[in-house]
Design a protein around this ligand. Structure first.
Ligand code: C2E
Ligand code: CA
Ligand code: CA
Ligand code: CA
Length: 281
């Protein structure tokens, strides 16, 4: 009786029933959102640090919610991750991004070398159908595998290093490129960097914020870029907002940059405009 009482209490605790209800509500909302095409993808330029040419874009999802307006990923990715809907949502983003790259490539020769980056969530990375999904997305869109970069985070890799290496290897066998996102914010993966079949390191914004004023951050980023060069990994600095940050990171030798200084996430048409405006390589 006592046990039943405790269970009953747990089930009917007001705070708990509310959060369970909220979660169930957002699940229904997300499912409807997927069915009704309420999600949109914005694209943020990734530029060459020296020439400032846009070499690629990162796909960033938004939810055009019928009641709450345009929602950023922090408002729904965690819930989608928890209830598993991130798998179909992530698949949709991946397919939409590849299809959009194909549209840019058809629209202008300036898009010929353009790369597209797509974020993967932990659940997606563990999903057994991931490699087939990725193969289908590039195949159906008709874009070169090498034009797609998948971004994963350190923590996703560290949970099960052997399993991660296997998945990364299978993805790489398709010809897609792999990037470690938010580098430096997760578990230290320095020991694994050599083993992991990745191509690109994205240096997190937290190291970029004070890189023009803080000697310690300069030393850190300089060390990461040096290490990447030794391991033949490309570097991308994230969240560049000022000329000072750009100049310092360029001097350090970072290959690519991303941030509001070069361009905010925008719709597909804004990328077409940028492509049409930029000089020939
Ligand atoms: P992220 O992958 O690190 O993406 C970069 C985030 O930084 C984006 O926020 C971008 O708008 C923002 N950002 C870029 N440059 C600057 C800058 O100069 N200053 C500042 N303050 N912010 C900048 P966003 O679009 O809100 O996305 C947040 C996070 O949500 C992403 O971080 C990523 O982890 C996740 N996310 C976005 N789209 C997807 C998706 O399709 N699938 C998954 N699994 N996660 C996604
Ligand atoms: Ca990212
Ligand atoms: Ca990032
Ligand atoms: Ca981030």
């Amino acid at each position: 009786a006592k046990r039943a009482g405790r269970n009953a209490y747990a089930v009917f605790s007001p705070s708990m029933s509310r959060s369970v209800l909220e979660e169930a509500q957002q699940r229904v909302d997300l499912e409807r959102g997927l069915e009704q095409d309420q999600f949109v993808v914005l694209y943020q330029p990734v530029v060459d640090m020296t020439t400032l040419r846009m070499t690629g874009v990162e796909a960033l999802v938004r939810w055009q919610h019928p009641r709450d307006g345009l929602l950023g990923p922090y408002r729904f990715i965690a819930t989608a991750e928890a209830n598993g809907l991130i798998v179909p949502l992530g698949r949709w983003v991946l397919r939409e991004a590849c299809a959009q790259l194909a549209r840019w490539r058809r629209a202008t020769p300036a898009a010929a070398g353009l790369k597209i980056n797509v974020n993967l969530s932990a659940r997606q990375f563990q999903y057994a159908g991931l490699v087939a999904d990725v193969a289908a997305a590039i195949g159906d869109a008709g874009v070169p595998a090498g034009s797609l970069t998948l971004e994963i985070t350190e923590s996703m890799l560290m949970e099960d290093v052997a399993g991660a290496i296997e998945t990364l290897g299978a993805l790489r066998a398709l010809g897609v490129r792999l990037a470690i996102d938010d580098f430096g914010t997760g578990y230290s993966s320095l020991n694994y960097l050599k083993q992991l079949p990745v191509d690109i390191i994205k240096i997190d914004k937290t190291f970029v914020d004070q890189v023009d004023t803080d000697a310690d951050d300069v030393a850190l980023v300089d060390a990461v870029v040096g290490l990447c060069r030794a391991l033949r990994l490309e570097t991308v600095a994230e969240g560049i907002e000022t000329d000072g940050q750009w100049l310092m990171l360029r001097q350090i030798g970072c290959d690519h940059g991303q941030g509001y200084l070069f361009g905010r996430p925008g719709d597909a048409a804004s990328v077409t405009e940028l492509l049409d405006r930029q000089p020939e390589p």
